[in-house]
Design a protein around this ligand. Structure first.
Ligand SMILES: *[C@@H]1O[C@H](CO)[C@@H](O)[C@H](O)[C@H]1NC(C)=O
Ligand SMILES: *[C@@H]1O[C@H](CO)[C@@H](O)[C@H](O)[C@H]1NC(C)=O
Ligand SMILES: *[C@@H]1O[C@H](CO)[C@@H](O)[C@H](O)[C@H]1NC(C)=O
Length: 488
C-alpha cells in the first residue's frame, strides 16, 4: 500500500473498533509527544449530538432535509433534537471530566455558522455562532489554560448547508471549494486561538460512497445496479465529488498554513474511514485485490494529498472517469496535512474479481476496484459480528442497558493491540477517541444502535454511565496504555 509505505509510522490495526486514532506524519513535527499529551477522548458530531436544528437562526443542512423525507431513516427519526447537546453541553463536559479525558472530538455545524448568504452572511449571525461554540471551547480554556479538555474540531462531519445542494449540486461542483475555504477561514479566525486540532473532513470516502454511489445518504444520487435513485451516476459522480472534496481540503489547509498556523500553533489533518482488507486467500490475485480495495477506499483521498496523484490502480481501471488535477491544483495540494485520523470499525476479506469473475456483491465492480468484500470465509466470520448496539426494548433490564461487557472487552483488546503496535513497530500514535460519549443519532440507523459510554433515555435525555465509562476512566487513570506500550 503506497500510503502506508510513505510513513513508517502509519499503521492500520487489524481489530474491529469504533474509535479514532490520530496518526501523525513523520515529516511534520507536532508539538511535543510525551505520554502526558497523548489525547484520550470521546467523539461526537454536530448533527448527531446538537439538536436545536432551528435555534438561533441556524440554516437547514442536507441532513435536516434528508431525515424529514419519509423512508430515509430506519426508525423514522431525525436529529432535530438528537441528544440536545446544544443545551446540555455543560452536563456533558461534566461527564467528560468524570471520565478524565483530556480531549473532545466535535464538529462545527456549517449551517449554524453560515445560515444563509454563504458569503457575507456571517456578520449578522456572527454573535450567535460565536456564543454557541464558545460554550464548548471557553469553559476548559478559562479554568485550566493549556490543559482541561482540548477540542479536536472537524469542520465538516457529513452535514453541509442545504443551500449548497440547491444552488449548484454541492460536491459535484467545483464552486464548493471556494465556499468551503470561506467557511474554514471563519472557523480558524474565530476559534483558532483555542482550537489546536482541526480536521477538514470526517470520512469523506463514506460521504461520496453513500451519497453518490449507493445513494443511501444525501443527496441520494445513484444509478442501477448500485441503487435505485431518481438521479445520479454511480460510476462517475463519486469520483467528481471526491475530487472536489480533496481540493476543498487543500484550499482550507492552504489558508490555515498561510494565515493562521504560525500564529495559532495548531495542526490540521483529515479523518478517513478505514477498513482493513485481508486477502481471502494467499493467492497473488487476492493479495492484489486487497491492495486495490485500499486504493479505492482510502488512498483515493490520501494519495492526492500526500503525493499529488491518484493511485495507479485507479488510473488503470477508471481511465477518463477519474478527474484530473490542474497545475494550480497540484500547487495547492502541496500543503498536505499534519496528521491522519483513522476511524476504524471493522475488517473484511477481499477476493479478486479482475483476473477471474466473481459473484456480484460489494466491491466487485470496476469502479470499486474489482475486489469483492466479504465478512466470511468458508462460512466463518472474520471476527465476532458486533455492530455494537445494545439491543433495547421496553423489557430491557438494567443489566442489558448499562452493563456493556462486550464493549469493554472490545475496547480492552483494541487498546492492547494499539499498545503492541506502538511498542513493536514504533507507530506514532498521538491520540485515541472512543465513539462515542453518548448514545446518539446514528444516521440512517436513527436511534436504534447505541454506541455510548453513556446511555441516553430519549424520553428525558437523561444520561447514565455504562460500565464502559468507568472502565475507560480507570484505563486512563492507570496510565495503562503507556504501561502496555513500554513493556518489554
Ligand atoms: C426503483 O424504484 C421505483 C420507484 O420506487 C420502482 O418502481 C422500481 O421498480 C425500482 N426499480 C428497481 C430495479 O428496483
Ligand atoms: C415484553 O414483555 C411482554 C410480556 O412478557 C411481551 O408480551 C412483549 O412481547 C415483550 N416485548 C418485547 C419487545 O420483547
Ligand atoms: C486499574 O488499576 C486497578 C488497580 O491496580 C485495577 O484493579 C484495574 O483493573 C485497572 N483498570 C484498568 C482498566 O486498567
Amino acid at each position: 500500500m503506497e500510503t502506508v509505505s510513505a510513513f513508517h509510522a502509519f499503521l492500520i490495526i487489524e481489530i474491529m473498533c469504533f474509535s479514532i486514532h490520530i496518526v501523525s506524519c513523520n515529516h511534520i513535527s507536532l508539538k511535543g509527544n510525551s505520554p502526558s499529551n497523548f489525547l484520550f477522548g470521546t467523539a461526537s458530531s454536530s448533527y448527531q449530538f446538537e439538536g436545536a436544528f432551528l435555534n438561533d437562526g441556524k440554516g437547514l443542512n442536507n441532513w435536516d432535509v434528508f431525515t424529514h423525507k419519509p423512508g430515509t431513516i430506519l426508525d423514522g427519526t431525525n436529529g432535530d433534537t438528537a441528544v440536545d447537546q446544544y443545551h446540555l453541553y455543560q452536563e456533558d463536559l461534566g461527564l467528560m471530566n468524570n471520565i478524565g479525558v483530556n480531549s473532545y472530538r466535535l464538529s462545527i455545524s456549517w449551517a449554524r455558522i453560515l445560515p444563509t448568504l454563504l458569503k457575507g452572511g456571517q456578520e449578522t449571525c456572527g454573535s450567535m455562532f460565536i456564543h454557541k461554540y464558545d460554550m464548548y471551547f471557553l469553559p476548559q480554556h478559562i479554568s485550566c489554560p493549556g490543559v482541561g479538555i482540548q477540542p479536536f474540531v472537524t469542520l465538516t462531519h457529513y452535514d453541509i448547508p442545504q443551500e449548497l445542494e440547491d444552488r449548484y449540486g454541492a460536491w459535484l461542483s467545483s464552486l464548493l471549494q471556494e465556499d468551503f475555504r470561506y467557511y474554514a477561514n471563519i472557523c480558524f479566525k474565530f476559534f483558532g486561538d483555542r482550537v489546536k486540532y482541526w480536521s477538514t473532513f470526517n470520512e469523506p470516502n463514506v460521504v461520496v460512497i453513500r451519497g453518490y454511489r449507493s445513494g443511501i445518504y444525501p443527496p441520494s444520487h445513484c444509478s442501477l445496479p448500485f441503487g435505485n435513485c431518481t438521479s445520479g451516476d454511480s460510476e462517475r459522480e463519486p469520483f467528481i465529488a471526491a475530487h472536489n472534496i480533496i481540493l476543498s481540503h487543500a484550499a482550507a489547509v492552504n489558508i490555515y498554513r498561510t494565515k493562521y498556523q504560525k500564529k495559532q500553533g495548531g495542526s490540521i489533518g483529515m479523518v478517513m474511514n478505514a477498513v482493513w482488507y485481508e486477502p481471502i486467500s494467499n493467492s497473488l490475485e487476492d493479495r492484489l485485490a486487497a491492495e486495490r480495495a485500499q486504493s479505492f477506499y482510502i488512498n483515493w483521498f490520501l494519495d492526492p494529498i500526500l503525493h499529488g496523484r491518484y493511485p495507479a490502480e485507479m488510473h488503470e481501471l477508471l481511465g477518463a472517469d477519474l478527474p484530473v488535477f490542474s497545475k494550480f491544483d497540484l500547487e495547492m495540494l502541496k500543503n498536505g496535512l499534519d496528521f491522519i485520523g483513522i476511524n476504524h470499525y471493522t475488517s473484511f476479506y477481499s477476493k479478486d474479481c479482475m483476473f477471474s469473475p466473481c459473484e456480484p456483491g460489494p466491491g466487485a465492480s470496476r469502479t470499486e476496484g474489482y475486489a469483492l468484500r466479504t465478512a466470511q470465509k468458508d462460512g466463518v466470520y472474520i471476527g465476532e459480528p458486533v455492530w455494537y448496539g445494545v439491543e433495547e426494548n421496553p423489557n430491557s433490564t438494567n443489566e442489558e442497558l448499562f452493563h456493556d461487557v462486550k464493549r469493554v472487552e472490545y475496547l480492552r483488546s483494541y487498546l492492547q493491540a494499539l499498545a503492541d503496535t506502538m511498542r513493536t513497530k514504533a507507530a506514532d500514535v498521538r491520540g485515541y477517541f472512543v465513539w462515542s460519549l453518548l448514545d446518539d443519532f446514528e444516521w440512517t440507523s436513527g436511534y436504534t444502535v447505541k454506541f455510548g459510554l453513556h446511555h441516553v433515555d430519549y424520553g428525558t435525555l437523561k444520561r447514565t454511565p455504562r460500565l464502559s465509562a468507568s472502565w475507560y476512566r480507570q484505563f486512563i487513570a492507570n496510565n495503562t496504555l503507556q504501561i502496555l506500550s513500554a513493556q518489554e
